[in-house]
Design a protein around this ligand. Structure first.
Ligand code: ADP
Ligand code: MG
Length: 464
């Protein structure tokens, strides 16, 4: 498809007629000619002549090299000259890519694509792994259509909503899709923070090249085909940056480039935003992303569990989705905690594991975290016995009872599975722990001394 479009374009532009599909010598020959003038004879015959033009990708010619080291040499030594030759050859191309014969992907990418790597797109955010629900179906559809046809539909696309609801995910998905499907387009993703700092740096910049640095920066943003700015609310109160952004915005839109913006609030609620920017922001498509409902939360959890290659039973999904608040980030965090606990303690994922993994009562902020180790220490020092004895084999009453109390407290305070308590208590079977726990519970009912001991130790641990 690219080939056909391209040949059509070229016919019009340069009078070429592509007789054979798939043969790109007609493009590479004039480039070779220029290279002959630009590089040494030996470089020309050893390298340039050996390259095979195999494709055209947007504005780049794709050249195949026989080996990896061959590609490295060209990248390291001849790339500049190659670019110069491509421009001078005037065949409608701007740069090149290298492919190693039989290999996957490109061994060398044109530098303005490399520049879009610091565009900071995270490949994990895709449309495929974004779960669509009532809360986000509109904004999902709009994002997809922007990605399929940048600047063709909604410009700017302005997405707003609370934190953790998927704004960054969606706008990065737009970027990733464009990069994957239209590699010739330059996508820049930037957080507003970075953008603000960039602009401010360039404005405060001193020294002889400050001006040109500033210009280069402006140039960088103005060269975008798709400019994605995340969390635009951070531009509030920054007049000079707003001014700069206003110009970049206008220039890009007038050149038919796509702008995508995310924000925690709609433009009309952003304080200290210049009126003309507010108007611009509202001039395209304005959509909000809402908190997911229960069903969507479940669907998201299922998807995340699948991505992590973990099986999570339905009752656990329900447990996780209940009372989890609105935020997808928190929801995901709950799932991650439970999966982690399951791996750590080597027990299957269950509601009771989830409950204990998420039990925050034992780790209130500000307090030192309670650990199995701290419970052991507290019990040992309370009864003036050594920690080794406490987890050891002695059956003496003065040690066996504190040991059972220790197991009981670990269960009560840390909600650890019996199997885990057994491990930290010197490698005991989980049935022993269960027995100890029941025993201490019973003793507390009938033995005031034990009940008081247990209470005291609990308080010591909790007050730490
Ligand atoms: P925001 O930018 O709105 O604060 P993010 O895009 O960073 O939120 O989303 C937070 C987390 O939740 C991310 O890990 C993201 O992948 C995930 N997430 C949010 N919404 C969805 C969804 N609909 N489907 C899948 N994952 C989602
Ligand atoms: Mg975000």
């Amino acid at each position: 498809m690219i080939i056909t479009n391209f040949s059509e374009k070229l016919k019009g532009l340069n009078g070429f007629n592509m007789a054979e599909k798939g043969n790109f010598d007609f493009l590479y020959n004039p480039i070779k000619e220029k290279m002959q003038e630009l590089v040494s004879h030996i470089n020309y015959t050893t390298y340039i002549e050996k390259l095979v033009p195999v494709d055209v990708d947007g504005r780049y010619i794709v050249l195949e090299t026989p080996t990896e080291s061959f590609a490295k040499y060209i990248t390291g030594t001849l790339a500049e000259k190659m670019r110069e030759a491509i421009i001078k050859a005037d065949v409608g191309l701007t740069d090149f890519r290298l492919k190693v014969e039989g290999g996957d992907g490109y061994a060398y990418n044109a530098p303005d694509e490399q520049a879009s790597v610091p565009s900071n797109l995270d490949p994990k955010f895709t449309f495929d792994n974004f779960v669509v629900g009532k809360n986000n179906e509109m904004v999902y559809a709009a994002s997809l259509s922007v990605a399929n046809d940048p600047a063709g539909t909604y410009n700017p696309l302005f997405i707003y909503g609370g934190t953790g609801l998927g704004k960054t995910h969606l706008i990065q998905a737009i970027g990733n899709k464009v990069v994957a499907e239209k590699p010739a387009l330059k996508v820049i993703y930037v957080t507003c923070d970075t953008f603000v700092n960039d602009i401010i740096d360039s404005m405060l910049g001193r020294g002889p090249d400050a001006r040109s640095k500033g210009n280069r920066l402006r140039q960088y943003y103005r060269n975008a085909d798709v400019l994605i700015i995340d969390d635009i609310q951070f531009i509030e109160n920054k007049k000079a940056v707003q001014e700069e952004f206003f110009h970049i915005f206008n220039e890009l839109v007038s050149k038919g480039k796509q702008i995508v913006i995310s924000s925690d609030h709609p433009p009309k609620e952003l304080n200290a935003l210049e009126e003309r920017l507010r108007t611009r922001f509202s001039g395209g498509l304005l959509l909000d992303i809402l908190p997911p409902n229960f069903e969507t939360k479940i669907a998201i959890l299922k998807r995340k569990a699948f991505d992590k290659k973990c099986f999570v039973p339905d009752d656990v999904l329900t447990f996780l989705a209940q009372d989890s608040g609105d935020d997808v980030r928190t929801l995901e965090g709950r799932l991650t905690k439970v999966i982690f606990a399951s791996k750590l303690h080597e027990v299957p994922i269950s509601v009771s594991l989830a409950r204990s993994a998420l039990n925050e009562a034992v780790s209130e902020p500000g307090k030192e975290e309670i650990t199995p180790e701290s419970v052991i220490s507290a019990v040992a020092s309370y009864y003036r016995i050594s920690k080794n004895d406490l987890v050891g084999k002695s059956k003496k009453k003065e040690i066996a009872i504190p040991r059972q109390i220790c197991c009981y407290l670990m269960y009560e305070l840390l909600s650890l599975p019996y199997i885990t308590i057994g491990k930290v208590m010197g490698g005991r079977d989980h049935t022993t722990i269960l027995y100890a726990r029941n025993k201490v519970e019973d003793m507390c009912r009938v033995n005031d001394k034990i009940a008081k001991d247990v209470d005291d130790i609990k308080n010591i641990i909790l007050k730490k």
